[in-house]
Design a protein around this ligand. Structure first.
Ligand code: HEM
Length: 346
């Protein structure tokens, strides 16, 4: 049966409009992908996905791929992560130049869809360079000094945690073990003392699970599928994929931290802070009549989580590398005052 000419015309106009929209989107994406004049050089890019595929498909780990690119394009080179122009720095001096000598220029954070969704650009680590950035860093630095390294008793608390770690290792009676979990617990407990005024036992599987999920999210956030989500946020409507796993993990982590903060705040005496959480809640109270205050319960949860993971992942990995090198080169073990011998099976 023939369709009336009116419907045919409507369908043709709709198809034309859709084609035009598609053309505009393609053009916009290609324009976004142009390397601006003076931008650092980098490997050839594919339309739309740029270098995401090379990063994901490379036989090596991402950092090995990037080190190889750096040999070709220099210690400052660029990658295109689906239209998001990214500059990679490789080398101690150049990283120091940017993060230390030019820190103000590099202080801001990009508004990636992932950060927007996870923390609305709030919290501590991913906040935009502005009042929230300054207020949260000031509070964190003061708290770490006041409840941590500025306290004479803090060194003995670190030594106490070290003893817990050594005792836990000794229970294996020389049998092989994976130190990752124990070191993670011990390291995070130093931060936990500052944040909550207490440590968590090595048997506390709830806390360990939270750290595992958070660590997994750090890895997921740097994975190719999540780079794709940042470049094309409409991918978020798909009910499956790594971005969904990341969101599910984050829900569990933030729920756990909210409960922990609530429990920690039970004994709080306003204006007599015993740890970071108390100090932050005082700031929320003080900012109640200030519409521009950035201190909030939500930002407290993000800040606590970010401080735990920033301190734990990094320090744990440094210690694990140190132990690996001591296992590989036993002759250097005597130079450290360890009362543990590190064997090559670790
Ligand atoms: C060996 C251990 C560590 C390494 C290698 C390390 C490395 C880094 C790096 C590379 C940055 C990024 C700097 C930037 O983007 O400007 C950073 C930022 C940060 N780290 Fe660490 N870190 C370590 C330990 C810690 C510890 C123990 C804590 C706290 C408990 C911590 C908290 C932070 C925070 C809050 C930031 C964000 C600073 C800002 O944006 O102003 N880190 N860290």
């Amino acid at each position: 049966m023939l369709e009336p000419p009116g419907i045919q015309r409507c369908a043709a106009v709709l198809a034309g409009a859709l084609l035009l929209l598609l053309f505009a989107l393609v053009l916009r994406q290609l324009l976004r992908q142009r390397r601006p004049a003076g931008f650092p050089p980098g490997p050839p890019r594919l339309p739309f996905i740029g270098n995401i595929c090379s990063l994901a498909m490379s036989a090596e780990l991402p950092h090995v791929y990037m080190r190889k690119q750096s040999r070709v394009y220099g210690e400052i080179f660029s990658l295109d992560l689906g239209g998001i122009s990214t500059v990679v720095l490789n080398g101690y001096d150049i990283v120091k130049e940017c993060l230390v000598h030019q820190s103000e220029i590099f202080a801001d954070r990009p508004c990636f869809p992932l950060f927007m969704k996870m923390t609305k650009m709030g919290g501590l680590l991913n906040s935009r360079y502005g009042r929230g950035w300054i207020d949260h860093r000031r509070l964190a630095v003061n708290s770490f000094h006041y409840f941590g390294c500025g306290q004479k008793s803090f060194e003995s608390k670190i030594l106490e945690e070290t003893q817990f770690l050594i005792d836990a290792i000794k229970t294996y009676k020389g049998k092989p073990l994976d130190l990752k979990q124990l070191i993670t617990n011990a390291v995070s407990n130093i931060t936990n003392l500052i944040l909550f005024g207490e440590r968590f036992t090595y048997e506390d599987t709830d806390f360990q699970h939270m750290i595992e999920l958070f660590s997994e999210n750090v890895e997921l956030a740097a994975s190719a599928p999540v780079f794709l989500y940042n470049a094309f946020p409409w991918i978020g409507i798909l009910p499956f994929g790594k971005h969904q796993k990341l969101f599910r993990n984050a829900d569990v982590v933030y729920d756990f931290l909210a409960g922990l903060i609530e429990k920690t705040a039970v004994n709080r005496k306003p204006h007599l802070p015993q740890h970071f959480v108390d100090a932050y809640l005082d700031e929320i109270d003080q900012g109640k009549n200030d519409p521009l205050s950035t201190f909030s319960k939500e930002n407290l949860i993000f800040s606590v989580g970010e401080l735990i993971i920033a301190g734990t992942e990094t320090t744990t990995n440094v210690l694990r590398w140190a132990i690996l090198f001591m296992a590989l080169y036993p002759n250097i073990q005597g130079k450290d005052n360890l009362d543990l011998r590190v064997s090559t099976y670790i």
